[in-house]
Write a protein that binds this ligand. Structure first.
Ligand SMILES: Cc1cc2nc3c(=O)[nH]c(=O)nc-3n(C[C@H](O)[C@H](O)[C@H](O)COP(=O)(O)OP(=O)(O)OC[C@H]3O[C@@H](n4cnc5c(N)ncnc54)[C@H](O)[C@@H]3O)c2cc1C
Length: 365
């Protein structure tokens, strides 16, 4: 059924994917002063439900796997390439190795393929790893995407599908109306709040449910003649997480710090220092690479690490709180929002992300 005009507040990977999906069945406007410039622009690009998983977060793994299944078709329709070489997870000391054992046992208990390897065997698979790597895992199945290529493709696809862009900032959302900070308002049928870490301020039901989680990340250039990883490399270095994601061409993304620092988006010296020092212990050739960019972004954290995807009240939906996995979860989020707007049941794995889990009986619905 065609729907009345839908306003999507926020044009990051989530808002753009939702807008593109909805554009096939009615008019859509994306309201965002700076589309494609939030966390989605700085992100690492791993589509990694398996290596992100942890005991106790089974619903998130199920959601991530359901979205990963949708990625090949999503990427093909957008004309975007995917990294398919899988992930190598490396541990440096005995405590790091013990943590990887927990991950490996957990994945094995869920029937996921993982291979535990000693350092030497891991280096045969990924020769860029250094001699300090003590042991690790080989995890096939996770994918990777160039997030910036993806955003450009989504912007193009939205424009081609007739999505309009309004480059103003929203202040609040109520059923049938989006108020803008310039005092104007937009009347609409449905509103989808997809403003990432900034979503909580837009609707009273979201207050305290979404918070910013700062992440710093670097972009490196692999110079000719220097050994570079072929796989996505994740590592635990004295319990700190670091990862390297190779891109087509000579770019390598090195991430990422994680802090609770409010809406601070400044890159700190300490963050860059720690990332470089930890990553160099894993991949010693890194010291020879060029450093082309430092950036910081705000993940949208939720209370249980699952996103909030569903109805807040009649005519108002939310698609936010995707934390470390917004790129991964974009296809299934768009499908779920499309289902809700057009009156169809959303994919089963999304039910765990219904914001109703936080909203008391009798609250907004
Ligand atoms: C360092 C780092 C590395 C990451 N790596 C990965 C990864 O490897 N894989 C993965 O899946 N995820 C990763 N993530 C997480 C991922 O980036 C996010 O989950 C995802 O980008 C969320 O997308 P979004 O569209 O919800 O938010 P954003 O991309 O932050 O977009 C929100 C948009 O809302 C707009 N906006 C804000 N306020 C308003 C307002 N009042 N009115 C209108 N518009 C507004 C902003 O301008 C922005 O464009 C990473 C995040 C960080 C910070």
């Amino acid at each position: 059924m065609p729907h009345k005009e839908t306003v999507v507040v926020g044009g990051g990977v989530v808002g753009l994917s939702v807008a593109w999906r909805l554009a096939g069945s009615g008019p859509v406007v994306v309201v965002d002063p700076a589309p494609a410039a939030g966390a989605s622009w700085v992100a690492g690009g791993m589509l990694a439900p398996v290596t992100e998983s942890w005991p106790g977060e089974e619903a998130l793994l199920e959601l991530g796997l359901a979205s990963l299944d949708r990625w090949p078709e999503f990427a093909a329709r957008l004309g975007v390439g995917l990294g398919t070489d899988g992930t190598v997870v490396a541990a440096l000391d005995a405590a790091d190795a013990a943590q990887l054992d927990v991950l490996a046992d957990h994945l094995a208990s869920l029937g996921r393929a993982v291979e535990r390897l000693p350092g030497r065997a891991l280096r045969q698979v990924e020769p860029a790893l250094g001699p300090s790597v003590r042991s690790g895992l080989l995890v096939p199945g996770d994918l990777a995407v160039d997030n910036r290529e993806l955003l450009r493709a989504l912007l193009d696809a939205c424009r081609r599908a007739g999505v309009r862009f309004d480059k103003r900032r929203a202040s609040t959302v109520e059923p049938g109306v989006v108020r803008l900070v310039d005092g104007d308002e937009i009347r609409c049928g449905t509103t989808v709040i997809a403003a990432g870490a900034w979503s909580a301020g837009l609707h009273r039901a979201l207050a305290g449910l979404v918070r910013p989680v700062k992440g710093e990340i670097l972009r490196l250039r692999v110079r000719p003649g220097v050994l570079a990883p072929r796989h996505t490399v994740r590592a635990l270095v004295e319990s700190r997480h670091v990862y390297l994601v190779p891109r087509a061409g000579d770019e390598l993304v090195l991430g990422a710090t994680q802090y609770e620092a409010g809406f601070d988006e400044e890159v700190t010296v300490g963050g860059v220092r720690d990332l470089l020092a930890d990553a160099e212990r894993v991949v010693p050739g890194l010291a020879e690479y060029g450093l082309t960019e430092t950036a910081a972004g705000l993940r949208a954290g939720s209370r249980d690490n699952l996103p909030l995807v569903g109805r807040l009240e009649p005519g108002v939906l939310v698609a936010a709180g995707h934390h470390r996995n917004g790129l991964l979860l974009a296809p299934i989020t768009a499908e779920a929002v499309h289902a809700l707007v057009t009156g169809c049941p959303p994919p089963g794995a999304v039910l765990a992300a219904d914001p109703a889990r936080f909203i008391p009986e009798g609250g907004h619905r």
